[in-house]
Design a protein around this ligand. Structure first.
Ligand code: FAD
Length: 488
């Protein structure tokens, strides 16, 4: 049983109905009257694997959701006002014999040029796009990509696929949740029309309400707002003009930051802010002043709190999506976290009875993913030299988790990124943000001392020219979309 028909609910329904076809019977309950959160337009490259597993045709998906390609996220005014860098979905330069390219740049005293050594950064700046090449020798194989899409169209698209795969949808508002007095497991749900529906496993995708995991099971919420103080957003789409940019922008504001997500038919905009440092009216005015085209809707205020439920799987209830936790959209991670939870659930899907071992492993994976994303987000706020508002003074000087403190020190001193075996954001992502926000390593890996100075300079200059020449062969994103049949 799935509760909720937002992005989380229909992603879960579409994945389970296809990948466990014939093994389970799925019912999804949703209430049109309550509706969905309806934001969530920027994604990470992992979504491609999800769509592929579902057998989704990319061009059809792009037409249906008015999607554009995304090569990374541009951060403006984060380290200091006037600065800009891109966190690309791809590598920087070429590692030589296992030594990261940024160590060579650092040795050459040119680490500030890092952004010039990435295909997706250069292509983003020129609004160019093409799918990566398969040939590992080609510079065009050094990047990945994600999508920017209309959040109100993805869930219905998945719904039509899920219903074809046998998912039963029930329209109605859930008023009551019944639990077994001995096991504490959820047994049934009572709807507004008094219908009672029963199930074995309940997947709570009810959004911020967290109807089953939070309310019925009373699983505590770990509040991370001391580190991530933004708790509101005002969203407002506007008309789209100019080139179709293959990246999302995150521009730092006085009390938070503003997103700009270019879609085929409009630009998504929003200001994510902390209600401790500004108010709804002021934030709305600041967003309206920054719009790059005519507004297409009234401003819409959303409220949230950063954090997650202590456990996402409790008894026979699994929380996925906003019902399980929320991390602000600075690095477009919510849909990624949904996808990771679905993957873990599929891998551990109960075969008959429920066991503690599955729950523990699921909760370990989900918590690890959340904690890693949390540290990465905090880095963006904390690594700043801005002192022009109370908000920036707070985040610059706030205590940060020990796990992040350790990572920053390691990079500051040795230029080394702590490696993960699981979780999002690999070495290039951390390097992009560290350097983009002014954390420059004191020392480089001594193995980068191999080549003599002239050879190193020639190699660096040669690579930069080659990267630029390669990007010059890439088409404009709009032309590419037309060519593949992706235009709505
Ligand atoms: C400001 C903002 C910006 C965001 N931007 C991004 C982004 O760029 N990228 C990204 O990946 N994510 C982003 N997100 C997160 C993203 O929007 C969500 O992760 C995603 O939409 C999933 O939401 P959901 O399905 O969990 O909840 P919802 O969309 O809220 O769906 C909840 C469902 O539960 C149903 N429901 C609730 N109560 C009941 C009831 N009593 N009876 C019956 N049904 C009920 C509702 O009808 C609805 O169908 C953003 C979020 C916010 C707040």
């Amino acid at each position: 049983m799935i509760i909720g028909g937002g992005t989380a609910g229909w992603m879960t329904a579409a994945a389970i109905s296809r990948l466990l076809a014939g093994k389970v019977s799925i019912t999804l309950v949703e209430s049109e009257q309550i509706g969905i959160v309806g934001v969530g337009e920027a994604t990470l490259p992992h979504i491609r694997a999800f769509n592929q597993k579902l057998g989704i045709d990319e061009a059809e998906f792009m037409r249906t959701t008015q999607a554009t390609f995304k090569l990374g996220i541009e951060f403006r005014n984060w380290g200091q006002i006037g600065e800009s860098y891109i966190h690309p979905f791809g590598t920087f330069g070429d590692d030589v014999e296992g030594v990261g390219f940024h160590h060579y740049l650092n040795r050459a005293g040119r680490i500030h040029e890092l952004q010039q050594f990435s295909v997706p950064v250069i292509a983003s700046r020129q609004a160019r796009f093409q799918r990566p090449a398969d040939d590992p020798q080609s510079l065009l194989s050094t990047f990945g990509y994600a999508y920017q899409f209309d959040a109100t169209r993805y869930a219905p698209y998945l719904r039509s696929r899920a219903e074809k795969s046998g998912v039963t949808r029930i329209e109605g508002r859930i008023l009551e949740v019944s639990r077994d007095t001995e096991s504490g497991h959820v047994t049934s749900l009572r709807l507004e029309n008094d219908d009672v529906i029963h199930g074995d496993l309940f997947i709570d995708c009810s959004g911020f309400r967290s109807l089953l995991l939070g309310d019925a099971m009373a699983e505590p919420f770990e509040d991370w707002s001391a580190w991530l103080p933004c708790d509101r957003a005002v969203a407002m789409p506007c008309e789209h003009h100019g080139p179709l940019l293959p990246y999302t922008s995150a521009t730092a504001m006085l009390s938070g930051w503003r997103w700009r997500i270019p879609l085929q038919h409009r630009t998504g905009n929003g200001y994510v802010y902390s209600s401790k440092f500004t108010d709804d009216e002021r934030a709305t005015q600041d967003l309206i002043a920054a719009l790059e085209g005519k507004a297409l809707a009234e401003p819409r205020i959303l409220r949230f709190k950063a954090g997650r439920r202590r456990r996402s799987w409790v008894g026979n209830v699994v929380g996925i999506g906003l019902a399980g936790g929320f991390l602000e959209p600075l690095e477009s991670t919510s849909i990624y976290l949904i996808q990771q939870a679905i993957t873990a659930l599929l891998e551990l899907f109960p075969d008959g009875s429920l066991s503690e071992v599955e729950r523990c492993e699921f909760n370990r994976i989900v918590n690890l993913e959340y904690d890693r994303v949390r540290d990465f987000l905090i880095l963006h706020y904390h690594a700043t030299q801005r002192n022009d508002s109370e908000f920036w003074n707070y985040v610059r000087t706030m205590p940060i988790p020990a796990s992040l403190e350790e990572k920053i020190t390691l990079f500051k001193q040795r230029g080394r990124v702590m490696q993960y075996r699981e979780g999002a954001f690999l070495e290039p992502s951390w390097i992009a943000v560290y350097l983009g926000q002014g954390i420059v390593p004191q020392f480089y890996d001594q193995r980068a001392d191999g080549p003599d100075a002239a050879t190193l300079t020639n190699a660096i200059d040669g690579l930069r020219n080659e990267l630029q020449a390669t990007v010059n062969t890439m088409p404009d994103q709009r032309d590419y979309l037309t060519m593949i049949g992706g235009v709505a």
